[in-house]
Ligand binder design. Sequence first.
Ligand code: S3P
Length: 175
Amino acid sequence: MGGFDYNIVLIGFMGTGKSTVSEYLSARFAMRTVEMDQVIAEREKMSIPEIFAVHGEEYFRDLETGLLVEMQSHKNTVISCGGGAALREKNVVQMKKNGKVVLLTASPETVYERVKNSEGRPVLDGRKNVKGILELMEQRRDRYEAAADIVVNTDNKTVPQVCEELVQRLMEMEE
Ligand code: S3P
């Protein structure tokens, strides 16, 4: 397979598997990957929580927009977005210009299991429990769904299963 002539933009709540799926797709289909949070942190020479604390969320979201514009000159790349990137209309416009936007979903219970031992997610401070996650998820749901070309649920599926489904659905869209 010769790869994709567009980029795959992965969006979704924290802990829905964006980074893991991105790594798998990259290995399986020889795609490049861009982990947006990681690139931003490297460029700023600060961790994500530090960027939030020092410059504020708005500044961080502007960096996301800039990176999404930059990526439009690439193809066959999986762009794994930070969980908040798709909440901004401006970012969604730039995502669409990259290729296909794929929303990964998971239940609050699954997300909790996946994030419970991780630091570095400032938006979960003070609500890192199933109820807090559910509330934030509900607040964000409409915006995530509006941004997505396809939606893939990840509950009780292996990473290869999620990726097969994802690629299958993208192929169907092209037919
Ligand atoms: C955020 C999600 C994080 C990171 C930042 C903000 C969010 O990314 O971008 O902490 O608002 O949902 P992950 O989804 O990779 O954890």
